[in-house]
Design a protein around this ligand. Structure first.
Ligand SMILES: [Zn+2]
Length: 153
């Protein structure tokens, strides 16, 4: 599979999150051999858990499956720029490569905001590839927030 097909799976997770009323963000973790270790979408509302971001849920599942607190050689695909919390988790997990879609001017912690991977305290910096399927990821988010604004709230 190409990096684009993994991002397509992350986009599917984002769409499924939107269908559950969650902010549409999806993530996929891929093993060094190219198998899918975990896939997840945002579940912060469902789980009443502000840390239940797609990346965190995928990292937890992949680590549990591997029986390890680290995922060396693994790649993480996520539809939106990770926040500072998720970027810290990615560093702690020793993810090898991070592929993300849309930039997040509000909460992003990679290219903006806390810039976790540029911080001297950061113990591990993955290779970072941004803008993968960014238009699709952005459209999902914009549609979600537009529909929510025009709803009954
Ligand atoms: Zn996050």
């Amino acid at each position: 599979m190409t990096f684009r097909s993994y991002m397509d799976i992350a986009l599917d997770e984002a769409r499924a999150a939107a269908a559950r009323g969650e902010v549409p963000v999806g993530a996929v973790i891929v093993t060094p051999s190219g198998a899918i270790a975990a896939r997840a979408g945002n579940r912060t509302r469902e789980l009443s858990d502000p840390t239940a971001h797609a990346e965190i849920l995928a990292i937890r599942a992949a680590c549990a499956a591997l029986g390890s607190e680290r995922l060396p050689g693994h790649d993480l695909y996520v539809t939106l720029e990770p926040c500072a919390m998720c970027a810290s988790a990615i560093a702690a997990t020793r993810i090898a490569r991070l592929y993300y879609g849309a930039a997040d001017p509000k909460s992003g912690g990679v290219a903006m905001g806390a810039r976790v991977f540029s911080h001297p305290q950061c113990h591990h910096v993955p290779e970072i590839y941004d803008g993968i399927a960014a238009t699709e990821a952005e459209t999902l988010l914009k549609t979600f927030f537009r529909d929510r604004r025009s709803g009954s709230e």
